[in-house]
Design a protein around this ligand. Sequence first.
Ligand SMILES: [Zn+2]
Length: 446
Amino acid sequence: MFLFACSVEAQSDSVFIRKMANEIFQHSTAYSNLYTLTKIIGPRLTGSPQTYISEKWASDALKQAGADHVYFQKAVVTHWVRGDKDQAALLSGNSRQNLHVIALGSSVSTKEGGITAPMVLIHDFDELEKRKNDIKGKIVFYNHPFDVDYVWVFMSYMMAVPYRVEGASRAAKYGAVGVLVRSMSSSTDNFPHTGALSYNDSFPKIPALAVGLQDADKLAAAASAQNDLRLFISTNAHTLPDTIAHNVIGEWTGSVHPDQFITVGGHLDSWDPGEGASDDGTGCVQSIEVLRSLKSIGYIPKHTIRFVLFADEENHGRGGSAYASEAKAKNEQHIFALESDGGGFTPRGFMFKGKDAQMLSVRPFLPLLVPYGITEFNMPGGSGPDVELLTDSIGILSAELVPDSQRYFDYHHAANDVFENVNKRELELGAINMAALIYLVDKNNP
Ligand SMILES: [Zn+2]
């Protein structure tokens, strides 16, 4: 285990970080890389043709940014396909109101032509249990809203997301034939937000779709006015046999300890309705920018820094688990791992996962980041979804950049997660803080 040196040469470090910030503000390629990844390549659903186009792009971009060598690490991934029939409507008497919906990742299809069944409105799992005898043969509409009181919106997400992940199987347990889930967002528009569900194999697999927030409110209002409502849902989503995707890894060889690794990355895959800009094109291009900027100003790393663009974070996290398992199997020596997967918004903090002593060891770095907008370390919630597996498997400290969260869930997994909703300066400020933290960890480790 490594502990960071307690004394930080604050003066020279702050001069170095200032120089790097200037380099990024003046010459960053993060924004133009994001344009290519989102506008030219587009959404990168695991197993889709864009998976492999983006892997090739990532390899070229890492080489261009100065990686000593770039390689692919295999991950066996599931291959879910959306199809082209995601539809739903509210039926009442002879009237029909179409709804903005999208199938959840891993959902099975409805039968050809869709399913029509009575709707039962459920607010939470306690209510589901109380009304378990009302569920059979129906479509459950989970209308669990985001808790608006949290300032850090990821908390609202964590409270709501079980309805997306577990809702289908918990309803199927009592005989439901389908589910519609209020989108995981507190935005004011009507874009439905997709995301992964997880079936419990003990119960039948039933189709599950997310509905936009305005339509969710309409459904709730209709349900309080009358009780003979029916829902129509249709999707031909399905899962093909497992396939192969890759983590794309660029290495910058350490000058003192080439066999000791620091990891920085984001995930290359994305959901398909938008362009995968904030989730997680931004984390990928920021990681590449860390390499480009440190190299441009002549930094020589002591340890090998790996820039990893992970596969399959959204569906099953198989890229992250392949990376962590290989690190463990090969007995690799890792020091630290950082991920950016909270969007390219104005940075506010870093959160860490590790032992108390490991977290204390990075605290002296915080004042050096304050001029660039970072004011908090150790926010709750673990670290990056791919890199935290290294903490779980080999016990190292891992971290995630925490940008301002107010807008992240407006776009998360929805059709408006596009390039235009990323601000160039905010994106670069995130890259500056990531590069600064990687520099401080590298330099202050023996
Ligand atoms: Zn993500």
